[in-house]
Design a protein around this ligand. Sequence first.
Ligand SMILES: [Zn+2]
Length: 135
Amino acid sequence: MDKKTKKQRSENMRRIRSTDSLPEMIVRRTIYKLGYRYRLHNNKMPGRPDIMLAKLNKIIFVNGCFWHCHKKCSDGHIPKSRLAYWKPKLERNVKRDIRNRSLLRNLGWKILVVWECETKDLNRLTKKVSRFLKN
Ligand SMILES: [Zn+2]
C-alpha cells in the first residue's frame, strides 16, 4: 500500500526533478564508470554538494550554465530583456557559489566544477573528471 498522499508524491517528484538534472546524471555515470563511488546532495555541507567523494576529500558541483553564470558560454548570459529581474538573482547565485566553495576549501575539500555545457562532450568530460579524481 502506498501511504503517501497525492500531495506528498508530487512534492517528491518536484524535488527529484530539481536535483537530478540530466547534466548531473551524465557526470554521475561518468564517475561511476571510472570506478568511483560517491554520495549525493549532502545537506550538511555548505552549498549542498551535488557529488561527494568522502574518502578522497573531493567534491564535484555540476552547475547549470545559466543559473550559475558560466563565463564565456553562450548559455551563461543574463537575458537583456529582463535584466533588472535576472541580474540580482543570478549575481546572488554566483556570490553564494563563491562563498560555499571557499567554506568547503577551508574545511579541506578539493572542488571541481563541471559546467552543464561540458557534459555534452563525453570524452572531454571523462578526461576532466578522471584527472581531478586521480590527483
Ligand atoms: Zn557553459
